[in-house]
Design a protein around this ligand. Sequence first.
Ligand code: ADP
Length: 492
Amino acid sequence: MYIVQIASECAPVIKAGGLGDVVYGLSRELEGRGNTVELVLPMYDCMRYDHIWGLHDAYLNLWVPWYGGAVHCSVYCGWVHGRVCFFIQPHSQDNFFNRGCYYGCDDDNMRFAFFSKAALELLLRSNKKPDIIHCHDWQTGLIPVMLYEIYKYHGMEYQRVCYTIHNFKHQGMGGVETLQATGLNQASYYFQYNKLRDNFNPFALNFMKGGIIYSNAVTTVSPHHAVEAQTSEFGCGLGYTLHLQKDKFMGVLNGIDYDFWNPEIDCYIPHNYHWDDFEQKAYNKKALREKLMLGHGDKPMVAYIGRLDNQKGVHLVHHAMYYALSKGSQFVLLGSATEPAINAHFQHEKQFLNSNPDVHLELGFNEELSHLIYAGADMIVVPSNYEPCGLTQMIGLKYGTVPIVRGVGGLVNTVFDRDYDQNLPPEKRNGYVFYQMDNQALESAMGRAIDLWYQQPEQFQKLATQGMQYDYSWNIPGAQYLEIYDWIRHKW
Ligand code: ADP
């Protein structure tokens, strides 16, 4: 099969969070199974060019229709750790992708509407005829809309779209100007509730809703979240739309790329290890302590890695830090906040705790350090408010770092409580789960984990190595996506 993935991220060259990991890992798996996979991405000024090999111009004269005129774009091609990627660089005064950031601009909806249009124009002009176009998140929600309303009539009638939603919170809103810009004429046609009109804001078009309605298959990133999105506030207003489209909507659990996230071969950690030589993990803990200038001693280490925002349960992250210290643990945090108030709060905490040898806060994004923390820490806490899939708990498991998670979304599908899980025998359990959003709930799970570390170290190690033996690779999800692709190719 010939598959083109269109997304706003692809790790490690463009990574703001899990989306980048998924786009890369899934592409690699699909290619490993004998398919041809190409990726189309924006050419951001701030992406990690050091992860692109052989970057060369592919199409220097791509003219993308925009507002009745056309914007000149150059398209570059290069390999990102073996994946063929096309990067679109527009030449216009808008400087859509030269902003020193991936997201967070006032005109994000226009930036990614343009990217979507340009990606389709690239496929059309270069005469690429993929069997499947796989789009991701709101940034590419307009692709299936334009494919079926415009490009189908220009020779792209056989392309089928799989649309994966990684986060319902950000849906992409636009007004009539988005339609004018992209050539989706007849505003009244698109401003209908069975098309793009937002379910709650009658003056807005919702890109993600368009993606859901026009795609041949829609997925989200875990089976549990697929149910939550239809039945609770986690669908962020799209629950009813998903319910109406339920025959083509399903959850496929994300995988992680074990060529990149694997303590046996990880080149960012000083001591590689496997579940049957688990003692080696202790040397990584020592290296991490040295790097972060933490005290040595017989104490467990709890980590948090992730964005610092309300989705991730920041108030519980904050409480986890002080609770870990009160229980004789060390705590390491690696996180970045986009909201100024949250950023200021953690900056303040960092100053306040600066001289404490048992805690380190690293504020910012640091891929290399994240690997050492996964390898060095004993536990990783994921107290999310909601979590469509969550990768940090799965990476933690692979590194023998016991996850302590809140039972929502994909965390329910991947972490099974050592003491209370009713569905699995003890030798299959792999972490700790709590359910409420309050401090006591978090403490009940963290307390059990830290007590086990102190009181029954051999049992703690057993739990950690049980987690390392789970297979959360792309193997199963890769096969599931191929089944979905096959289904939509033959059904439509
Ligand atoms: P998200 O909701 O952000 O997509 P996920 O758990 O799905 O959360 O994926 C997070 C990914 O981003 C993981 O690979 C994690 O290691 C990485 N990550 C998150 N924050 C940071 C950071 N500050 N530095 C380095 N890596 C990070």
